[in-house]
Design a protein around this ligand. Structure first.
Ligand code: FAD
Length: 484
C-alpha cells in the first residue's frame, strides 16, 4: 500500500492533521490501534487560539454546538460552602479576537467532531490497526501494521500519545520532571440529581480526607468529570467503578448510590517532559508524543492541535506544491520552543493550585500570544516598525474585511497577501489569495504574507524580497511590483 503520510494515532493530534491534509489533497492513512475513538473527557478545555484553528479547519460549528463556557468554581468543606470564583477569566470578543473564552467540551466530543469533519472531507480512521514497526530510507518510510499490511509513505507522523512507541523506537529521549508525585484519578461519572452537586458549578473539596476532589459538569449530558488527588504518594489508584463510588462517598457529601454510573476512569501522575527532538529524518513527533503536560491550565490538547496545524500546511506545500523539503525543518524549530514555554506555564499553574491558590486562568493560557518571531520562516523586511507593531512571526489578527471578516479571507489551505495602506502587488501564476485594506490599526501599514496557519510569514513595505519567500514556502507564484 502507498500513501503520502502515515499518521499514527487518532487522538486530537492525528485527527487534526488528517483533516488538514485531507483538505489539501494530500493522501494520508490515519491508523489507530483501538477499535474506536477515545471515550473519556480528559482534555476538556479548548483555548481561544485552538478555536481559531478549528474554525479554519471547518470543525468549529460542531465544537461550539457541543461545548459551553466554564461554570464558576465552588469550594466546599464537607457540605459547607466556602466560596466561589471564576477560574477562567471571562472576556468579550473583539474585532481582533473573535473567540475570547476557553470552551468546555469533553475530549471525546472534540474527537467525534474532528472525525466527522474528516469523513466529510473524504478521509477516515483505520481503527484496529496499530503501528508495530517501521523503517526509513532517504526516499520513504515503510510502516508495518498489526493487520499484516506494510505501507510505504513519504512521511510518518507519530501522534501516538505520551507513551509513543515511535519515539521510543527512534531512541529519542524525553527530558522533564514529575510535577506532582501524588497519583491522580480522572473519571467520568453520572450523578443522581443532588442539592449539593448542581450542574451550574464546578465543585471542589480542596481539603477532602485523602486528597482534593473536583467535579466539573460536562456539557451535552448529565456527566461530571471527576479529578481526585491522593495525598499518599504510594497509593495504588483503583479505577474500578466500585472504588470510584467509595472515593466520592468518603470525600464528599455524596452517597455511594448518588453515583449512578462510572463511564470511564483512568489514573495518572502529572509530568512535564519534552522530547529532545521532534524529528528524525522522515518521521515527525507531534502532540503528547512530543511533550506531556500537567492538566493544569488546559494546555496539552491545545498545544497538540497546534503542532498538527503547524506541520499540516508544510507537508501540503512540500508534497503538493513543490516546496523545498527544507520547509519541514521549521516544524521543530518553531514548535519546540513553544512546547517548552507552555510546559513552564502548566507546571507553574499546577504547583500554585497544589499550594491552595485559587489561581485564575487568563491570557497566558489562551495561546493567542504565541508566535514564531525567531523562526527562519519569519521574515521582517521593514525597518523601524514599532516594537509593539504586528511583525513577521506574529499571529495575524482577525478584523473586518469587506462585508465579512479577515478570518473568512484566511480560511482554507492557501496563503494570503494582505496590503494594508500600501499598494497591492500583482501575483502571477500562483494560488496566493490577495486583498487590500485601506487601513486597519492592528496591522499598522505594510504588506503581510499570511501563512496558511494564520501567522505573518513575511512583512514588507514593497514586494522586494517577497519572491524569495514565496519560493521557500512553495507558493509557486511571483510578485509583480505595483498596484494590482
Ligand atoms: C486528567 C487530564 C486532563 C487534561 N485536561 C486537559 C485540558 O483541559 N486541556 C488540554 O489542552 N489538555 C488536557 N489534557 C491533555 C490531553 O488529554 C492530551 O494532551 C491529548 O490527548 C494529546 O493528544 P494526542 O492526540 O497527542 O495523544 P492521545 O490523545 O494520547 O492519542 C494518541 C492515540 O494514539 C493511539 N496509539 C498509540 N500507539 C499506537 C500505535 N502503535 N498504533 C496506532 N495507534 C496508536 C492511541 O490509542 C490514541 O488514540 C488532559 C490530560 C489529562 C490526563
Amino acid at each position: 500500500m502507498e500513501t503520502d503520510v502515515v499518521i499514527v494515532g487518532a487522538g486530537p493530534t492525528g485527527l487534526v492533521l488528517a483533516v488538514d491534509l485531507a483538505r489539501r489533497g494530500v493522501r494520508a492513512l490515519l491508523v489507530e490501534k483501538a477499535d474506536r475513538l477515545f471515550p473519556g473527557s480528559r482534555g476538556k478545555g479548548i483555548q481561544p487560539r485552538s478555536l481559531e484553528v478549528l474554525d479554519d479547519l471547518g470543525a468549529l460549528p460542531g465544537i461550539l454546538a457541543a461545548g459551553s463556557l466554564y461554570p464558576r468554581m465552588r469550594a466546599w468543606e464537607g457540605a459547607e460552602r466556602q466560596g466561589e470564583w471564576d477560574m477562567m477569566a471571562r472576556s468579550e470578543p473583539t474585532e481582533q479576537v473573535p473567540y475570547a473564552n476557553v470552551l468546555l467540551i469533553p475530549q471525546s466530543r472534540t474527537q467525534e467532531v474532528l472525525h466527522a469533519r474528516l469523513r466529510e472531507l473524504g478521509g477516515d480512521v483505520r481503527f484496529g490497526a496499530a503501528l508495530t514497526g517501521f523503517r526509513q530510507s532517504a526516499e520513504a518510510v515503510e510502516a508495518e501494521l498489526s493487520t499484516g499490511e506494510t505501507v510505504r509513505a513519504a512521511y510518518l507522523v507519530a501522534a501516538d500519545g505520551g507513551r509513543s512507541t515511535v519515539r521510543r523506537a527512534l531512541g529519542i529521549g524525553m527530558t522533564g520532571e514529575t510535577v506532582d508525585p501524588r497519583p491522580m484519578l480522572v473519571a467520568d461519572v453520572r450523578l443522581a440529581p443532588s442539592t449539593v452537586v448542581d450542574r451550574g458549578n464546578w465543585h471542589v473539596w480542596p481539603k477532602a480526607p485523602g486528597g482534593a476532589v473536583a467535579l466539573c459538569p460536562l456539557p451535552g449530558g448529565d456527566h461530571f468529570q471527576l479529578i481526585a488527588a491522593f495525598d499518599d504518594e504510594a497509593a495504588a489508584v483503583d479505577t474500578a467503578p466500585r472504588a470510584v463510588r467509595e472515593l466520592l462517598a468518603a470525600r464528599t457529601p455524596l452517597a455511594d448510590a448518588d453515583v449512578v454510573e462510572v463511564l470511564w476512569a483512568s489514573d495518572f501522575r502529572a509530568r512535564a517532559a519534552m522530547a529532545d527532538r521532534f524529528r528524525d529524518g522522515r518521521v515527525f513527533l507531534a502532540g503528547d508524543a512530543a511533550h506531556v503536560h500537567s492538566p493544569a491550565g488546559g494546555q496539552g490538547l491545545n498545544t497538540s492541535i497546534q503542532d498538527a496545524y503547524n506541520l499540516g500546511w508544510k507537508l501540503g506545500q512540500v508534497l503538493r506544491h513543490g516546496a523545498p523539503a527544507a520547509l519541514l525543518d521549521s516544524y521543530e524549530t518553531e514548535r519546540l520552543p513553544v512546547a517548552a514555554e507552555v510546559l513552564g506555564i502548566s507546571t507553574r499553574l499546577h504547583r500554585a493550585s497544589s499550594e491552595g491558590a485559587n489561581t485564575q486562568r487568563g491570557e497566558e493560557v489562551q495561546q493567542l500570544g504565541l508566535g514564531y518571531r525567531d523562526s527562519p520562516l519569519a521574515v521582517e523586511t521593514r525597518t523601524g516598525a514599532a516594537p509593539d507593531a504586528l511583525r513577521a512571526g506574529d499571529r495575524a489578527p482577525d478584523g473586518p474585511y469587506g462585508g465579512g471578516r479577515l478570518f473568512d479571507l484566511f480560511r482554507g489551505p492557501h496563503l494570503t497577501l494582505l496590503a494594508v495602506g500600501v499598494p497591492l502587488p500583482a501575483l502571477t501564476g500562483g494560488t496566493v489569495r490577495t486583498a487590500r485594506l485601506a487601513a486597519y490599526e492592528p496591522y499598522g501599514t505594510g504588506l503581510f504574507l499570511i501563512r496558511p496557519d494564520g501567522y505573518v510569514g513575511w512583512a514588507g513595505t514593497s514586494a522586494e524580497g517577497l519572491d524569495d519567500y514565496l519560493a521557500v514556502v512553495g507558493a509557486s507564484c511571483s510578485a509583480v511590483a505595483g498596484p494590482a
